[in-house]
Design a protein around this ligand. Structure first.
Ligand SMILES: C[S@@+](CC[C@H](N)C(=O)[O-])C[C@H]1O[C@@H](n2cnc3c(N)ncnc32)[C@H](O)[C@@H]1O
Length: 306
């Protein structure tokens, strides 16, 4: 990206950066270049296009080059900018948390769908939860807090507990809940799965996207993931089921009758979890929900009424 005198325009710098990223094997080279340049200039990606002929100042160029170097070394764009979009909302992310994935929106949809169908989705989005007869939801493994924040916004009559084993992750989750005006309805707690909860039927919803990558599979993930994302947020033991199985076996103790459990998982895992839930006498409705690639991504189950 040398500059032989003439100031480089947005268009030209993008063209060169995309070529540079391609040469370095960076995934999504165009998107990476656009997001990083937009971040440098304090613009949206759309506005970048409206300013295609704008020249970059030497100071802007030097800041951009620093970000390009980091991306070329494998650092994910979201950690460089500190932001990731989920459910059309902007979430802060740090290396302490997993970058929210688009497929996790399927988990959110799977929960909202059962709430809609059972008439429990509040029609008044800004309705405050009642202080008496509160309905409670629980997310275990909140990470950045994207899922619990979206659910708290979409289901405002529910009070939430957002749990995680990682204290640094809880800090990020709290910040995101606050940024999206949901902090008043989410209590964040540090716990190992259900260890911090009394075994009593309390929750109308239990939601989790826990680590589900099998240890041997970790080595096959992209360099960007392996070098930069927290392994403890991704790997779930030797078969990837070390946390999903206890969730499937233990969650019913904490669900009210008619309450729903929704778990995100990886390819090939739904069959195992469906089988565990089916065999349990605790649920009267058990099903898998596919993602946009046709993979069983979420398993949801309704706690038997009586
Ligand atoms: C795959 S990330 C999901 C983060 C976020 N919910 C999302 O969907 O983007 C899994 C999260 O579970 C947390 N976690 C891992 N083991 C846990 C455990 N035993 N108890 C509670 N949380 C755990 C990790 O710290 C991490 O934040």
């Amino acid at each position: 990206m040398s500059n032989p005198g003439k100031p480089l325009t947005v268009r030209e710098i993008l063209r060169r950066t995309v070529g540079y990223f391609q040469g370095k094997g960076v995934s999504e080279p165009r998107a990476s270049a656009e997001v990083l340049l937009a971040h440098t200039l304090g613009l949206s990606r759309l506005n970048l296009y409206l300013k295609h002929d704008q020249p970059l100042s030497p100071e802007e160029l030097s800041r951009f080059r620093e970000l390009v170097k980091r991306r070329a070394a494998g650092e994910p764009v979201a950690y460089i900018t500190g932001h990731k979009e989920f459910w059309s909302l902007d979430f802060k992310v740090t290396p302490a948390v997993l970058i929210p994935r688009p497929e996790t929106e399927v988990l959110v949809e799977a929960v909202l769908e059962v709430m809609r169908e059972s008439g429990q989705e509040s029609p008044a989005k800004n309705r405050k939860p009642e202080t008496k007869n509160r309905v409670w939801g629980l997310e275990i493994g909140v990470g950045s807090g994207a899922v619990v924040t979206v659910l708290a916004r979409e289901l405002p009559h529910i009070n939430w507990i957002g749990a995680d084993l990682s204290r640094p992750a809880l800090k990020v989750a709290r910040l995101n809940a606050w940024r999206h005006d949901a902090a008043g309805r989410i209590a964040f707690v540090q716990t190992d799965l259900f260890a911090g909860f009394k075994a009593e039927p309390r929750f109308a919803l239990i939601v989790a996207n826990l680590p589900y990558v099998a240890e041997p599979e970790w080595q096959t993930l992209s360099r960007d993931v392996r070098l930069y994302e927290p392994k403890e947020a991704l790997v779930g033991g030797i078969d990837g089921l070390a946390l999903l199985k206890p969730m499937a076996q233990g969650a019913h103790r904490y669900l009210v009758p008619g309450g729903w459990l929704a778990l995100e998982m990886g390819p090939g895992q739904a069959e195992v979890i469906l089988d565990l839930l089916d065999k349990s006498a605790a649920y009267d409705h058990v099903e898998a929900v596919k993602d946009y690639q046709g993979i069983n991504r979420v398993v949801r189950a309704r706690r038997r009424l009586a």
